[in-house]
Design a protein around this ligand. Structure first.
Ligand code: MG
Length: 462
C-alpha cells in the first residue's frame, strides 16, 4: 500500500492550478479509468468553479484514453449525478467539485455504482495506481469515441423526488420559500423542484458564477442575505445549499438559522409521525451530532447508531444496517428511499412536506424543542496521552453512557460531550451540550481539569 495520500475525507481537493493542476487531474483521471474495467460506463459532471471547465475536459480525456466509455452530464448537483449513476446502471461516476470549500478550490470525487462515494479501500487502490503510474494504455481500436452528452440528469433526479412526497398536500399549503444556491448548481435544480411542488419561490444568488456572492459554505455567518430576504418577503422557509447542493441548511420564518442536527431532528420526526416510516427502526449519524435526535426518537422505538465522522461512513453504515434516515450536523441529510447519500433537494422536499402537515410555523415548531446550550473548545495537545484522558473521563463521569467509535462521546440525560482529536490539526476538540448554561460550564470544567492533570497545567485552550 502506498504511504502517500491523495484523497481527503471526501475526494481529492485543492486550489486550482496550485495543488489541482491539469497534470495532477490528468493522472488522477488515468488512475480512475484504470481502476474500472475496460468498457465500463462512467458519468462525469461538475459544479461551477473556476477551472472546472478545463478540469472536466481533462478528466473526460484521461478516462477515454484508458478504454472506458464516458457520459458527460454537464453541470449538476452532486446528488443528481449520484442518483443518475445508481438508477441508470452506470459503473461509476466522477464529480468535479469542491463542495463547500472556498471558490479557489476544486476537487474530484469518485462515485461507485450504488451512487455512494468511493470507500477508503477504493481510494487506496486509486492512490497506488496514481503513484506507481500503473495506467492502462489501450490500443487505438479500443479508444471509444467522444463522450456522449446527456441533458436529463437534473430532471430525472427531480422527478423521482417529486414522486416521493405528497405533491397535492404541499401545493395546497401555499408556502413561500427563499432559495440561496450560492451561485452554483443548486440553482439549476432547487427552484424548479419547488415550482413543480406548487411552492412560491424567491431565489437569491441564483446566477451561476465562479466568483459567488457568498461563501459556498452555508454557515450562519455566510447566509445573512438569505436571513434578511426570508424576513423581508415574509417567507415560510429559507434554504441555503453548499456549492454542489448536497447540503441544505434551513432558515425559519422570521429568519432564524436552524443548525443541521435540529433540522434533521424535525425531518426524522416527520418521517416517523407523518410519513409513518418506522422500519428499519434506526437513524444513523456521526458522534459529533446532538443527542436531541436519540432522545426524541426513542419514544418511537427508533435507535440512533453513532458512527465516526464522515458522510461516507454514515452512508455505508445505513446500507449495512438499514435505517429510515441518516444525517450530518452540517446540513447533510440522507433519505434512503431516494438514495444513500446527502441530498439537498430531497431534504428540502421533505421539509416543505413537513410544513404542509403542520398547522403552525417552523419558528413555533422550533420553540417546542428542548432548549440547549453549547460550548466548543480547542485543546492544543498531541494525541499521545489521550488514552489516559479517556480513562480518567470514564472514571469520573460514572452516570454517563460512552460511545468510543471516534474520540469519546459521553451521553447522560441532561447533557452530552465529545472529546475528539482533530483529523487535520494538532489539537483535540471538546464539545459540550446541556440543558442549562451552568451545566455546560460544570461539565466543561471537569473535562478541562482532566486535560490539565494528564498533560500538565500549561495546556492551551481556545
Ligand atoms: Mg457538498
Amino acid at each position: 500500500m502506498s504511504s502517500k495520500r491523495l484523497f481527503g475525507t471526501d475526494g481529492v481537493r485543492g486550489v486550482v492550478n496550485v495543488d489541482l493542476t491539469p497534470e495532477v487531474v490528468l493522472r488522477l483521471a488515468l488512475a480512475i479509468g484504470t481502476y474500472f474495467r475496460p468498457g465500463s460506463r462512467l458519468v462525469v459532471g461538475s459544479d461551477v468553479r473556476a477551472g472546472n471547465s478545463f478540469l472536466t475536459k481533462i478528466v473526460i480525456g484521461g478516462l477515454i484514453s484508458t478504454g472506458v466509455k464516458v457520459v458527460n452530464a454537464g453541470l449538476a448537483p452532486t446528488p443528481a449525478l449520484q442518483f443518475y449513476v445508481k438508477s441508470r446502471g452506470f459503473d461509476g461516476g466522477i464529480v468535479v467539485t469542491a463542495s463547500h470549500n472556498p471558490p479557489e478550490y476544486s476537487g474530484i470525487k469518485v462515485v461507485m455504482p450504488d451512487g455512494v462515494e468511493a470507500p477508503r479501500k477504493v481510494e487506496e487502490e486509486l492512490e497506488e495506481i496514481y503513484y506507481e503510474s500503473r495506467f492502462r494504455r489501450v490500443s487505438w481500436r479500443e479508444v471509444s469515441g467522444d463522450a456522449t452528452r446527456v441533458y436529463d440528469v437534473i430532471d430525472h433526479y427531480l422527478n423521482n423526488i417529486v414522486e416521493l412526497v405528497d405533491k397535492e398536500r404541499i401545493r395546497k399549503s401555499g408556502l413561500k420559500v427563499v432559495v440561496d444556491p450560492a451561485n452554483n448548481v443548486g440553482a439549476l435544480a432547487t427552484p424548479k423542484l419547488l415550482r413543480t411542488l406548487g411552492v412560491r419561490v424567491v431565489v437569491i444568488n441564483g446566477d451561476l458564477s465562479y466568483t459567488p456572492s457568498r461563501s459556498p459554505e452555508p454557515a450562519p455567518e455566510n447566509i445573512g442575505d438569505l436571513i434578511s430576504v426570508v424576513k423581508s418577503v415574509g417567507a415560510d422557509l429559507g434554504v441555503a445549499h453548499d456549492g454542489d447542493a448536497d447540503r441544505a441548511i434551513f432558515v425559519s420564518d422570521g429568519g432564524l438559522y436552524i443548525p443541521g442536527d435540529v433540522s434533521a431532528l424535525l425531518l426524522c420526526k416527520h418521517i416517523v409521525e407523518n410519513r409513518r416510516e418506522v422500519t428499519p427502526p434506526r437513524v444513523v449519524t456521526a458522534v459529533s451530532s446532538s443527542t436531541l435526535v436519540s432522545k426524541a426518537l426513542s419514544a418511537y422505538g427508533i435507535e440512533v447508531v453513532w458512527t465516526k465522522v464522515g458522510s461516507i461512513i454514515i452512508s455505508r453504515t445505513m446500507m449495512e444496517l438499514g435505517a429510515i434516515a441518516g444525517f450530518e450536523e452540517n446540513g447533510g441529510f440522507i433519505y434512503p428511499k431516494h438514495q444513500y447519500v446527502r441530498d439537498g433537494a430531497m431534504s428540502l422536499a421533505l421539509m416543505v412536506e413537513l410544513l404542509s402537515y403542520e398547522k403552525t410555523s417552523l419558528s413555533s415548531l422550533i420553540e417546542t424543542l428542548p432548549k440547549r446550550y453549547i460550548v466548543k473548545k480547542r485543546v492544543y495537545v498531541g494525541r499521545e496521552l489521550l488514552p489516559r484522558v479517556y480513562e480518567e473521563i470514564r472514571n469520573r463521569f460514572s452516570e454517563v453512557e460512552f460511545i468510543d467509535v471516534d474520540g469519546l462521546k459521553g451521553i447522560s440525560s441532561r447533557y452530552w460531550f465529545l472529546v475528539r482529536p482533530s483529523g487535520t490539526e494538532p489539537l483535540v476538540r471538546v464539545f459540550v451540550e446541556a440543558d442549562s448554561q451552568q451545566l455546560v460550564n460544570e461539565v466543561l470544567k471537569e473535562l478541562l481539569d482532566i486535560f490539565m492533570e494528564v498533560y500538565g497545567s500549561e495546556v492551551r485552550v481556545a
